[in-house]
Design a protein around this ligand. Structure first.
Ligand SMILES: Nc1ncnc2c1ncn2[C@@H]1O[C@H](COP(=O)(O)OS(=O)(=O)O)[C@@H](OP(=O)(O)O)[C@H]1O
Ligand SMILES: Nc1ncnc2c1ncn2[C@@H]1O[C@H](COP(=O)(O)OP(=O)(O)O)[C@@H](O)[C@H]1O
Length: 196
């Protein structure tokens, strides 16, 4: 009697990367944390690539010149692409101020799955008022050079899937908008009842 044959391997459905971009204090980490908490509670594992954490573990030698920021974003895009390739879910929270680098990250991910660029368009005045880490005050005092929004550019995204101003939209509203966009992108999963 021959051994039962294993079921043929089928590739996982494409994964998705949610890429939150915006000024320091725009709400990227706050929205990412809330989104990840919801997804995790629903049983969906998530890889989180937060700028601060990535700069500790993956880009510790990089500063804030354009070349360094672009390399940082390309690294994030490559890692996200690898996770998405195997059907995973990625949430990125990074300033990513340059359009070209964001497009490169998009291309690296879209080789393998879905990419949703979410621009947190919170006005600079609000971000500066929040000044979560005291960095705006230090940048205004000239203690931090090349600070995004003060002494360094932030290029507005050309083709974001979502634009959310967190001074007008509560955290729960941002999370709901992003989850709807994820479901639209991964319609195949949602229709199959696999909304994880
Ligand atoms: N010069 C300058 N400009 C902007 N931000 C600065 C700078 N120096 C330090 N920080 C802190 O670094 C965090 C941004 O890192 P990112 O990796 O997201 O930046 S980038 O995407 O590579 O441009 C950023 O985190 P968030 O405040 O969470 O955005 C800051 O805390
Ligand atoms: N609707 C909102 N969405 C996101 N953050 C908000 C909102 N309202 C107030 N905040 C506050 O704004 C700050 C945003 O900081 P953070 O998430 O660290 O931003 P970033 O990661 O973009 O630098 C937090 O202190 C957060 O509590």
């Amino acid at each position: 009697m021959s051994a039962p044959s294993a079921a043929p391997w089928t590739p996982p459905p494409p994964g998705v990367t949610v890429f939150l971009t915006g000024l320091s204090g725009a709400g990227k980490s706050t929205v990412a944390d809330a989104l990840v908490a919801e997804l995790t509670a629903a049983g969906r594992p998530v890889t989180v690539l937060d700028g601060d954490v990535v700069r500790t573990h993956l880009s510790s030698e990089l500063g804030f010149s354009r070349a360094d920021r672009d390399l940082n974003i390309r690294r994030i895009g490559w890692v996200a692409g690898e996770v998405v390739r195997h059907g995973g879910t990625v949430v990125v929270a990074a300033i990513a101020p340059y359009e070209q680098a964001r497009q490169q990250a998009r291309a690296l991910v879209q080789e393998h799955g879905h990419f949703l660029l979410v621009h947190l368009s919170t006005p600079l005045e609000v971000c500066e008022e929040r000044d979560v880490k005291g960095l705006y005050a230090r940048a205004r005092a000239g203690e931090i050079r090349e600070f995004t929004g003060i002494s360094d550019p932030y290029e507005l995204p050309v083709d974001p899937e979502l634009t959310i101003d967190t001074s007008r939209t509560p955290v729960s509203g941002s999370v709901a908008l992003i989850r709807e966009a994820m479901d639209r992108a991964q319609g195949d999963r949602a229709q199959a009842g696999a909304r994880r």
